[in-house]
Design a protein around this ligand. Structure first.
Ligand code: AMP
Ligand code: MG
Length: 389
């Protein structure tokens, strides 16, 4: 039995390759040299690459949410860049610890999961209320392809381990009986979101935070898994942080399959974001040329997977079967302003395929690019404007 698991670093390489002004060749940030002029003098896991002169860029790498975080910051001085990058990391760690981890008892998702089956349900914070509202709407619009209630099934597959460990001898896909038992606990149609003092709520156009809070009722055994939107939520939070930091002129933040561009570079040249070639993840299949602030989210069968006897089990599950989605798509990239929805859409579109996926993305005003199993690329018109091979 031959097994191959991606590590967090190689998952990053396999996500979206990022090209800054200093590297217009499609080289990923993860491969840019560390140290050199302007290099930080070392503060634990956080590292800085060379500043490229006045204004930056300064580059930092660290880990959060089970993946590598790469930050490229343009600011008047290195102290500002370092300060912002540290603040961004605190934000990401806090988000995991307090909101979205299903493992940590301190997190809201953990506590919501623990309430499954209870009569009183769980009173969500305003921001998780907004998030779950958006996720439920995406579930409806994707005809159930996107479903954050798959937690019992994702745990059975042990997807988290695929990302965290470099090998997993003895991996065996879960048996049919166990899978069906876990599937019985899933399905967004079975959860209820009730505004305190009013009827059920089931719609929100955007992931913008709401003032009021919702009470969540889940049946016994149901477990939320926000893995498909967690990085997008992080991008939204970092965008908000950047908006409070006029001393940061421009930034590109990469977190697994999600990339945020913000502001601009001192020389006025656009951002160039490479899209990974699923057939050779060390290469990019093309470049997006972007002005200003955008979120680029990619989902692919090469990001997290385990191979057993030549069969690839990847991390995007079909809610109908509980198994890795059988798809003629290898990767989907979504371009839009809203990071949370972009992240959710890339997962949904992977399962739906180009025809339905393109229509779903259009409903949200998002641009989409599909890399198909036969190597073809299918794109929305707006994506064609910014994509070059
Ligand atoms: P992404 O990499 O953004 O496409 O998200 C994939 C992650 O979302 C997986 O690692 C699971 O935790 C979770 N997930 C898998 N399949 C689905 C699905 N059909 N709907 C929602 N979340 C999913
Ligand atoms: Mg996603």
């Amino acid at each position: 039995m031959k097994l191959f698991l991606r590590t967090a670093m190689s998952a990053l390489m396999a996500a979206v390759l990022l090209c800054c002004g200093c590297a217009d060749t499609g080289a990923g940030m993860a491969r840019q040299p560390e140290g050199g002029p302007g290099a930080e003098d070392g503060d634990g896991a956080r590292k800085t690459n060379a500043g490229q002169g006045a204004g930056g860029p300064w580059q930092y790498a660290d880990t959060a949410m089970g993946t590598v975080v790469q930050q490229t910051i343009y600011a008047a001085d290195q102290e500002t860049a370092r300060d912002f990058s540290a603040q961004a990391m605190e934000l990401l760690w806090g988000l995991e610890r307090e909101k979205i981890s299903w493992r940590l008892e301190t997190s809201e998702v953990y506590q919501a999961n623990a309430s499954a089956g209870s009569e009183e349900g769980f009173l969500l914070s305003a921001d998780l209320s907004a998030l779950l509202e958006s996720c439920t709407l995406l579930w409806e619009r994707s005809e159930g392809a996107f479903d954050v209630t798959l937690g019992a099934v994702t745990r059975l597959w042990d997807i988290d381990k695929w990302a965290a460990e470099s090998s997993q001898e003895g991996f065996e896909p879960p048996g049919e009986e166990l899978l069906n038992q876990a599937l019985d606990t899933c399905g967004s149609q079975k959860l209820r979101l009730v505004e305190e003092g009013s009827a059920d709520v089931r719609s929100a156009e955007s992931s913008a935070s709401r003032e009021s809070r919702l009470r969540l009722f889940m049946p016994e055994g149901m477990r939320l898994d926000l893995g498909a939107v967690g990085k997008g939520l992080a991008m939204e939070r970092i965008s908000a942080l950047l908006a409070e930091r006029p001393d940061v002129d421009g930034a590109v933040i990469s977190l697994g399959g999600s990339i945020l561009t913000y502001g601009g570079k001192p020389d006025g040249t656009p951002w160039r974001v490479g899209i990974v070639n699923p057939f050779d993840t060390a290469e990019s299949i093309g470049i997006l040329t972007l002005e200003g602030s955008w979120c680029v989210s990619t989902s692919g069968d090469y990001e997290r997977y385990v191979e057993v006897d030549g069969v690839r089990y990847h991390h995007i599950l079909d809610p109908k079967t509980g198994a890795p989605a059988v798809s003629d798509v290898r990767g989907v990239t979504i371009l839009m302003k809203d990071g949370l929805l972009g992240d959710g859409l890339s997962t949904a579109c992977f399962i739906l395929g180009p025809e339905k996926g393109m229509a779903l993305a259009a409903r949200y005003g998002a641009e989409a690019l599909f890399v198909m199993a036969d190597g073809r690329i299918e794109m929305s018109d707006g994506m064609k404007d910014v994509f070059r091979k």
